[in-house]
Write a protein that binds this ligand. Structure first.
Ligand code: SAH
Length: 433
């Protein structure tokens, strides 16, 4: 997100994005809003419509943050409750100013103000993403991997793994089963270099896209630009590639046979190819301080992503990090909440790792920024071998899993997304807000 800075160091474009989202969210509300930059006693106009019959006496001024104020024309005629409500929402929406510096972020990650952090994130989610929770079906189609990431249970050197590779027909049938259950996105995930000729994957994706009205997301590791391009041309809509950590030294420790620069290059390529691009990180890996995690969150923000996945590290006994402590779920939730505040229009799942670490954390995530759940629909005989970490939940039949997630979503006061849940960020790019 770029934009000019005010004297207070706050990006004006950030304030504008939030203002437009607020106006959209208020919808039918009769108030006519304007956004102003506030410096001392001076309010300077930034955005909004001035009604032709604007009457200065009818004007309400609300200070909503250090740098911004709202002007409500017709405000004096509105019920006091409505004004209070607009103010409360705007205050939380503009909380991003309080989570700007590395110090502020690190303090929030250490638990300085969980209540304020979580309610702000929840409001930002409400205004930018609405009540819908999108369900995405994951099919883990191969656990073959060329890499040796220290945390991952399907790393190449882990000999205790029964390796598998679903054939294209099996993947196709799993996608069909997901579509029949009402999923409008299938996420195909695998190890890196998972044992398919590229043409085979491209043909499969074309077939899935032709036969089912769903979006296809790939999460299959690092590839060449040309491979990403061919997969995109075959109809792949989205791609997930987490950077895991933005700290170079920690990256070298966690992914000793991978290149930090190449990972980020891949993410840039995905964006260049107009994938809806997702990235993300692990919280609580050994050696990750609050400062490092604060930088990770800033990195997510500067990448300007369509999707962000954040999950706590869960030690797998068959890996070099198997004896380390797991990541704390509350700290992962703080990272989710901060990401929602700083990246308001990204899709943010309540990740499986979070639910595995601490079952109630998934619902908590929905209350502090998350708007996506990605249940596992890998056929049972393969699922047991896709153990990137131990103890993954949802061992039930796909229909039961779907029903219980729908119940969980409704219990949280939310609705189940009926459409594909496309990128929200791209709406901003197209210039509609
Ligand atoms: N091979 C693909 C997809 C991999 S697995 C890739 O490299 O992008 C998907 C995600 O699982 C990883 O991005 C990582 O964040 C997460 N993961 C792996 N091992 C984990 C562990 N032990 N605990 C928590 N999350 C883990």
């Amino acid at each position: 997100m770029s934009g000019s800075k005010t004297a207070n160091g706050i990006f004006i474009s950030e304030g504008l994005i939030r203002f437009r989202a607020l106006c959209r969210w208020l919808g039918e509300n009769p108030a006519t809003l304007q956004l102003a930059e506030v410096r001392g006693k001076r309010w300077s106009f930034l955005d909004g419509d001035l009604p032709p019959d604007a009457d200065r006496f009818d004007l309400c001024r609300i200070r909503i943050s250090d740098s911004f104020g709202l002007l409500i024309y017709g405000g004096a005629r509105l019920p006091a409750d409505t004004i209070r409500n607009i103010r409360a929402v705007a205050l939380r929406l503009y909380a991003f100013e309080r989570y700007h510096s590395q110090d502020q972020l690190a303090a929030a990650l250490a638990g300085k103000d969980d209540a304020a952090l979580f309610t702000s994130a929840d409001t930002v989610r409400e205004v930018f993403c609405g009540r819908e929770v999108h369900l995405r079906a994951i099919i883990e189609f191969s656990n073959i991997c060329r890499r040796d990431c220290m945390y991952c249970g399907i790393r190449r050197q882990h000999r205790g793994v029964t390796r598998y590779r679903m054939n294209p027909e099996e993947i196709y049938r799993a996608a069909r089963a997901a579509a029949e259950l009402g999923y409008r996105t299938v996420v195909l995930q695998s190890g890196d270099e998972c044992g398919y000729p590229l043409g085979e994957l491209c043909t499969l994706i074309r077939r899935i896209k032709k036969d089912f009205s769903c979006a296809v997301t790939l999460s299959s590791g690092e590839k060449t630009f040309s491979e990403y391009r061919q997969l995109r041309e075959s109809g792949t809509d989205r791609y997930l590639l987490k950077f895991e950590t933005s700290d170079r030294a920690l990256y070298r420790m966690l992914k000793p046979d991978s290149s930090y620069a190449q990972r980020f290059r891949c993410i840039r390529w995905l964006k260049q190819l107009h994938y809806q691009t997702g990235s993300g990180l692990l919280t609580g890996v050994p050696g990750q301080t609050d400062r490092i995690l604060a930088r990770d969150v800033c990195c997510l923000r500067s990448l300007d992503l369509d999707m962000v996945g954040i999950g706590p590290f869960i030690p797998h006994p068959g890996t070099p990090l198997g004896k380390e402590d797991p990541g704390d779920s509350l700290r992962a939730l703080r990272a989710v909440a901060l990401t929602r505040i700083l990246c308001p229009d990204t899709h943010l799942p309540a990740t499986t790792a979070l639910a595995t670490r601490d079952a109630p954390a998934r619902e908590q995530a929905l209350r502090c920024g998350a708007n996506v759940i990605m249940p596992d629909l890998t056929p049972a005989r393969y699922r047991q071998h896709y153990q990137i970490y131990p103890g993954k939940p949802q061992k039930g039949a796909p229909l039961g899993v779907r029903k219980s997630l729908e119940a969980l979503i409704r219990a949280a006061g939310r609705t189940v997304g009926k459409d594909r849940g496309e990128s929200i960020r791209m709406r901003r790019e197209r210039g509609n807000g």
